[in-house]
Ligand binder design. Sequence first.
Ligand code: HEC
Ligand code: HEC
Length: 324
Amino acid sequence: MKNLVKIIGLILLAIICIAGGGLIYLNTAFPKVSEVPELKVVQDSANIARGKYLANHVAVCIDCHSTRDWTTFSAPPVPGTEGKGGERFLKAFGFPGNFYSKNITPAAIGDWSDGELYRTITEGVSKDKQAFFPVMPYPHYGSMDPEDVEAIIAYVRSLPPIENEIPASEPEFPFSFIIKTIPKKATPVRRPEPSNQIEYGGYLVNMAACFDCHTPFEKGKYNESLAYAGGRSFALPTGLVTSPNLTPDKETGIGTWTEEAFIARFKAYADVSKLPKVGPEDMMTVMPWNMYAGMDTVDLKAIYAYLQTLKPMKNQVTRFKPKS
Ligand code: HEC
Ligand code: HEC
């Protein structure tokens, strides 16, 4: 009997040691990211213009890092709030904790080095190596061309400074530990030539993170077998919006869309003054149409060409279910 108690005691002790050791390991070995690179971004007008284009119309940094006008279709950013942060991704919307986009104007990141910004954008950790929640699509930004990342840094540094204190994000347990394993070392690529249309389109689709919204997301994981086939839902005040199928399936995807129709669909949202106001029962969307509408036609054509090379998959979704 005494021996049995001893054995159980030893087993319990072993379990505690393993669990404790595991937590210590998780805390010291993760996040596994690069050292801050030595970097000096060229702060010239060409770089700032390229960065402005990418941050507003392709990577859409400004979509999350400014105030969105949720009373207007597709919630365009409110002019004058660019970079001030404060968009909320809350537990109440289905996130594993409460997360707030940060102030990325020089008022907040003015004293960061270019290398620190580079690592944050491409690997997803703060200056002091705290892991970020991947609602900011840093796993995609990690395979951008360093030239494009540097252009975005030049643009962010050129934003008018806005004072705006942001609450600290609060991942909930056990996600507060899991989050540390998400940031990875970046895998930079060279930007394909636009003449190499399909590869170039794939590069843009990665940067715009179309996958993240257009792939079903269940129980904290993407269903990769339905990549780009739509079906991720977002609860909005007026109802439930679900992303449609972007694969070239002829019945449920965009297989019958012409290139002209695809481009026209995006360009239709370019003029903010023509975007409808959203009433209490109207369809609303999280897709940043107005921002993407500013994309160059060459880039939209490349995105279309790339999407047409995806494997067609059947997946019919109901795009919008009004609340009542
Ligand atoms: C889908 C929304 C979204 C997009 C798009 C996005 N971010 Fe973020 N960003 C966030 C959120 C949310 C955080 C904070 C994450 C957390 O606290 O876990 C963040 C954090 C940051 C930080 C850290 C700042 C600090 O004070 O620690 C920087 C810098 C940043 N983002 C820059 C960018 C840039 C540059 C882009 C475009 C290339 C971008 N973000 C695109 C949502 C987004
Ligand atoms: C923040 C989430 C989000 C992102 C990012 C996003 N989408 Fe969407 N998208 C949606 C949702 C939700 C809808 C359905 C509601 C609507 O039509 O706006 C949608 C609708 C669409 C439609 C209309 C399809 C149809 O059948 O009418 C197209 C085309 C589309 N998205 C393409 C893209 C492409 C290409 C990208 C990347 C450049 C992208 N989306 C990025 C959420 C997103």
